[in-house]
Write a protein of this length. Structure first.
Length: 275
């Protein structure tokens, strides 16, 4: 069973090997018959298409494993990019191993890796988070959980939610952290912007073109904390204020006096259980 990546926008990004495999296999399993038909037509590939999507994945996997067991060669493709990476196909690969079927992955386009390579952020160690939760509260929780992540963080996001998501990232991670947003990579309206969270927030707030298109976000990992963030002086101010007011206000005023981001101070105080 072949895993075949397809372009994420620019059709020239298909590989010779992908075309060859898509021509040679007995069947192509496609996330979207419509999308893949257009792709096949463009490259003059004539082959039979079978559907596989999140809804029919369980039922179809059984059928395709049976076909593989009978000696058919199958290739799996998604709408765009590398199958399985936030696309259907995981069950098929898992079951292929259970049935001693050889899995052959082809390298190729993937939005996450393409955006990371152009992010200007450290790329030797990174974590891929897929899509962030749609609900605001869950999204905020997720970003809090990533606050101390030292590796570069990659997430996919819908352009409709981008502004709100960046707002949440700014609230949780602070204005100064570096971030890169990559829109419509490899396509005509490709736009990649890199800067502090505050700078990126201001760019997309004032530019309507960011409300459309496919987006990948790359966030810089957490840097080593400044050792003196909880110096004796900071703690003394915080403790005095805490006696007089709420935790949030005490943090806000301490951060202002000491020149820290209130979110960084909040996270340090809460995770170290100082409050
Ligand atoms: N499996 C695919 C891959 O390997 O790239 C990802 C599939 S996921 C369902 C689709 C998401 O990837 C989009 O919503 C967007 O966040 C991101 N994406 C896809 N194409 C992109 C592009 N050309 N530029 C930026 N992000 C893209």
């Amino acid at each position: 069973m072949y895993i075949v990546p397809t372009p994420i926008g620019n059709l020239e990004d298909i590989t010779h090997r992908s075309i060859h495999v898509l021509k040679q296999v007995d069947y192509i399993i496609a996330e979207s018959i419509k999308h893949t038909s257009i792709l096949l037509k463009h490259f003059s590939i004539v082959n039979k298409l079978l559907p596989l999507n999140i809804i029919n994945e369980k039922q179809k996997t059984k059928k395709y494993i049976h076909m593989l067991n009978q000696g058919n060669n199958l290739a799996i493709v998604s709408k765009a990019g590398t199958p399985i990476i936030n696309d259907p196909g995981y069950l098929l690969v898992k079951n292929a191993y259970k049935n001693n079927i050889r899995v052959v992955p082809l390298p190729g386009a993937c939005a996450a890796i393409t955006a990371l390579s152009a992010s200007g952020l450290q790329a030797n160690q990174f974590c891929y988070e897929g899509f962030l939760p749609k609900k605001k509260i869950l999204c905020e929780k997720k970003i809090y959980s990533l606050f101390r992540e030292k590796r570069t963080i990659i997430t996919y996001e819908s352009s409709k939610r981008l502004l709100n998501t960046i707002k949440i990232i700014k609230k949780v991670m602070g204005k100064e952290r570096k971030i890169t947003i990559a829109k419509e990579v490899t396509k005509r309206w490709e736009n990649i912007q890199s800067g502090t969270i505050e700078q990126i927030f201001n760019i997309i707030k004032h530019d309507e073109t960011w409300r459309k298109g496919e987006i990948t976000i790359v966030i810089d990992g957490a840097k080593r904390e400044k050792k003196n963030i909880l110096s004796l002086k900071t703690l003394k101010i915080f403790n005095l204020l805490k006696k007089e007011t709420t935790l949030t206000t005490a943090i806000k005023i301490t951060a202002k006096i000491c020149g820290f981001s209130k979110n960084i101070l909040y996270n340090t105080i809460v995770t170290k259980n100082i409050s």
